[in-house]
Design a protein around this ligand. Structure first.
Ligand code: ZN
Ligand code: ZN
Length: 238
């Protein structure tokens, strides 16, 4: 996506691109080092427990692995819709998630910009899902991979032709769809919460389109905390 957006950018970069790559890259390195701890000590053990037990919904369904996988993937995507929505509607979670939205631009590096507090909280959420749904290890890993791919795709600074975009948007989150979620305009920012499938915004009536001009005004009203490593990490406490 980094290469594609270099050749076909939708918006001209408003801040130095190398600064964005460096700053968001540094955040990604710090996050992935710290996230080894919850992965090793809570997520992997939870997956191993589920693997060897009968806990959770899927473990108690009398159907084949394919159907179980499909149900598991849909439930995970539905759960992540609500997780994202809660991150916007409950002030405590918004304190962390807002650092993602402080970005005044949107490109593939925005997909790395998540506060470590949000990632740690989401690990606890993931563990509860593993136990409730009874997610097999393979399905969990498969979902994490497609979620990460979708995350990089829908944050990238590209725009698909109208027809392709509107067809794809019926099923999955596209860069234009997610740009609606990053607008300064509250109506479209406090909507469009889907991560992979767009069906959840339709079901829960949270799909709000923005126009082309609105999709160029991104971020939050506060433009001063976009970069700066200390400001970034301290933001949830402010
Ligand atoms: Zn958001
Ligand atoms: Zn985003």
């Amino acid at each position: 996506m980094l290469i594609v957006e270099s050749y076909f950018p939708k918006r001209t970069w408003t801040s130095r691109r190398m600064l964005r790559i460096g700053f968001h890259g540094l955040i990604a390195i710090i996050n992935s080092l710290i996230m080894r701890l919850p992965s090793l000590f809570i997520i992997i053990p939870a997956l191993l427990i589920i693997n060897d037990s009968n806990y959770g919904l899927l473990n108690n369904l009398k159907t084949n692995f394919f159907i179980k996988s499909l149900i598991g993937l849909m439930l995970l995507d539905l759960a992540f819709y609500w997780w994202h929505r809660i991150n916007h509607t409950i002030n405590f979670f918004w304190r962390f998630h807002s650092v993602h939205h402080l970005d005044t631009h949107l490109d593939v590096t925005t997909s790395l910009r998540f506060h470590i507090g949000e990632l740690l909280l989401s690990s606890i959420f993931k563990v509860s899902l593993i136990f409730l749904i009874g997610i097999p290890i393979s399905i969990f890993i498969f979902y994490e991979i497609i979620l990460s791919m979708s995350n990089q795709f829908h944050h990238s600074n590209i725009d698909l032709p109208d027809k392709i975009n509107s067809t794809l948007e019926k099923f999955i989150v596209t860069p234009r769809y997610h740009a609606n979620h990053h607008t300064i305009k509250k109506e479209s920012r406090e909507a469009n919460y889907c991560s992979i499938l767009t069906i959840w915004d339709k079901i829960f009536l949270t799909y709000k389109d923005a126009n082309d001009l609105e999709r160029t005004k991104l971020g939050l009203d506060d433009r001063s905390k976009e970069f700066g490593i200390l400001k970034y990490f301290k933001h949830p406490l402010s």
